[in-house]
Design a protein around this ligand. Structure first.
Ligand code: ZN
Length: 324
């Protein structure tokens, strides 16, 4: 008994040492100036320890399930208190590494619970989810081996322990796939800028349409009518679309990422068929097009009458940027 207790403390001291090192590395990274993706996109992979906000219960199931399974295999070899101590240090190290270190990578690794990107779940971005989960699973198995070290396990219980860990880990990924929540993250001011970029592209389409139709905007009862009318004039415009996205010109990039059924920009049909002079008579704050999405740092970006004429002026001043 005493011998086992001694080995337990040697093993635990090593894990505590590892935790201290990870924590120090994290602190150094925290002190690094600026976070690359703070202003743009942060794509955090959902893992059993880093859930999106809609599935925060998964880490609890993961930890409890993992401990229960380990206890079934290890109860002949150690006390429950010793197992809990080892498990706590294991999950502490795992969380320190995955919560904080990849947070400082661009465009992000696992990290904090945030809103899911439903719309990206089945795009090539799923590779980001798979990559980080492979990294984490390997790390998890290495820590499990460390947890079992010093317990003098035979080959069979050792392989049972690792197989059980793989099963628990993979089972915890199923809810993310089922809920299309494989990625989550933060969208900063640059993403709002991309939304305005699209509204500017649409302004270009409206202006070019008006130019070809005696100064009239299209006759359109809905956004889709509008898009059908101006699409020929959007040819070659920048679409402000990040890699891996397939958002069409009439859809905000963030709305595309956040939603399983992305909504288009909202067109105010009372602007249908107006001449540019008539548009100029409307109140400056009236919304010609509005982004349907409202969240922190992205509160319904809007193409107001005032902004429409600002963009018109901008296109006239800088024809080089006007594309075409
Ligand atoms: Zn938007």
């Amino acid at each position: 008994m005493e011998r086992r207790g001694g080995q337990r403390w040697v093993g635990s001291r090593r894990v505590v040492h590892l935790a201290t090192v990870s924590f120090s590395v994290t602190l150094i990274l925290l002190a690094s100036p600026g976070i690359a993706h703070a202003h743009a996109w942060a794509f955090f992979a959902s893992t059993p320890v880093t859930p999106p906000v809609n599935l925060v219960w998964i880490p609890i199931v993961f930890i409890v399930g993992s401990i229960a399974l380990d206890w079934r295999i290890l109860r002949q070899h150690t006390s429950f208190a010793s197992l809990i101590w080892r498990e706590i240090t294991l999950f502490l190290v795992l969380m320190l590494i995955v919560f904080l270190v990849p947070f400082f990578l661009d465009p992000g690794g696992p990290a904090f619970p945030m809103k899911p990107y439903y719309g990206l779940a089945w795009t090539p971005w799923i590779l980001w989810f798979l990559f980080w989960n492979c990294v984490l699973l390997v790390l998890f198995l290495l820590l499990k081996r460390r947890l079992a070290s010093g317990l003098k396990l035979g080959a069979k219980p050792k392989s049972q322990l690792l197989k059980g860990s793989i099963v628990v880990y993979l089972a915890c990924l199923i809810p993310y796939l089922a809920a299309s929540s494989t990625l989550h993250g933060w969208a900063g001011g640059y993403v709002e800028g991309a939304c305005y970029g699209k509204l500017r592209d649409l302004t270009w389409g409206l202006l070019k349409y008006a130019e070809a139709h005696e100064g009239h905007l299209p006759q359109a009862d809905s956004t889709m009518d509008l898009v059908n009318a101006i699409e020929p004039y959007l040819e070659g415009k920048r679409t402000h679309t990040p890699p891996g996205f397939r958002d069409p010109p009439w859809c905000c990039p963030l709305e595309y990422a956040r939603s399983q059924h992305p909504r288009s920009y909202e067109w105010d049909a009372s602007f249908s068929e107006l001449t540019l002079d008539e548009v100029a008579q409307r109140k400056p704050y009236e919304a010609i097009l509005r982004c349907p999405l409202s969240e922190f740092v992205h509160k319904n970006p809007t193409l107001t009458v005032e902004l429409f004429f600002k963009y018109k002026e901008w296109y006239e001043k800088s024809p080089a940027d006007s594309g075409g």
